[in-house]
Design a protein around this ligand. Structure first.
Ligand code: ADP
Ligand code: MG
Length: 295
């Protein structure tokens, strides 16, 4: 009798906008008690905007934006797109095009580096202390839930850029639907703790150590899921990025945002076609119900 019931489940899934790889993937959903949510692109729109431009000593807003913008223009990361677009917009229509970097390198989970106008430039995660004046910019960004990016060249941090993303207007409802199913939500992100907590609060995830895991490197996301499993949790993971693929594969149930990257969709067991997080709750409910009719 089981195959028929599972077929019904997968057909209903398609109507809801859920693509299921194979009926067998639903087996694990019976015991799911934890839902790990990637932040950028899953809980938030992932469409970042450049907010603040803070040149340090010895540089200007224009130079900072030109060097960082040139580098970020070579990356597809949402932060990179925001910086490159912001640099172009602020330079104005009459400005010369952004220079092309040499020796460009993408440092997954960190940022980018390369040579621009003869300088070895790096833009990425803030690590350690910032020079005077820039520390305030970082603190203000943290308080506002924005991400601060450090821009360095010739061995020193030269300035800070801040970018912000918007929480999807469906995310809070999605989290409350997941909680009503008895699931504990966990926010998992490479972004910093302050930004992660601010997003958690905005969507109704407790901003505590158990529920917010921040500052995680792309290759550590799967380990974070495994850590929860080792503590006895049965984990569903929802993600959209290349950096979520291993975690989606590690989770007991991987749900990929249909709006996300191919790597995430391939790694997931289910795809939420419209990229609507509320459908994650529908998917888990549907799976439970389908399995209940089999039992
Ligand atoms: P998430 O887990 O939220 O999808 P990522 O793992 O892609 O985030 O990135 C983690 C952090 O690394 C970002 O918050 C940012 O500080 C830094 N970072 C990553 N890519 C870039 C980039 N292209 N430019 C600047 N900073 C970056
Ligand atoms: Mg993401």
């Amino acid at each position: 009798a089981t195959p028929t019931a599972l077929m019904v489940g997968t057909g209903r899934g398609a109507q809801l906008g859920i693509l299921i790889k194979g009926p067998e993937v639903l087996e694990s959903t019976r015991r799911i008690d934890t839902v790990v949510l990637d932040k950028t692109g899953t809980v938030t729109t992932g469409r970042m905007e450049l907010h603040g431009v803070f040149p340090g000593e010895g540089t200007t807003e224009d130079e900072l934006l030109r060097l960082a913008g040139a580098l970020e223009d070579a990356s597809e990361h949402p932060i990179a797109r925001a910086v490159a677009r912001g640099a172009r917009e602020r330079a104005g229509a009459d400005a010369p095009p952004l220079p092309t970097p040499e020796g460009f390198e993408n440092l997954a989970g960190f940022g980018v580096r390369g040579t621009v106008e003869g300088r070895a430039v790096q833009a990425g995660r803030v690590e350690g202390e910032l020079p005077d004046g820039l520390e305030e910019a970082r603190a203000a960004a943290d308080a506002a839930g924005r991400t601060a990016i450090a821009v360095s060249w010739d061995g020193a941090v030269r300035g800070v850029l801040t970018v912000a993303d918007t929480v999807k207007d469906t995310s809070a409802e999605a989290v409350s639907k997941l909680r009503r199913l008895g699931l504990s939500p966990v926010l998992l992100t490479g972004d910093n703790q302050a930004v992660a907590e601010s997003v958690a609060r905005a969507v109704g995830i407790p901003a505590d150590e158990q529920s917010v895991i921040a500052g995680v490197l792309p290759e550590e996301k799967a380990a974070a899921v495994r850590g929860l499993q080792q503590r006895g949790r049965t984990v569903a993971m929802v993600g959209d990025g290349v950096n979520d693929a291993a975690a989606l594969a590690t989770a007991d149930l991987g749900l990929a945002m249909g709006t996300g990257t191919d790597a995430a969709i391939e790694a997931g067991d289910l795809t939420l076609v419209r990229g609507d997080l509320r459908v994650a709750a529908d998917a888990i409910r549907l799976a439970r119900r389908t399995l209940a009719t089999i039992k």
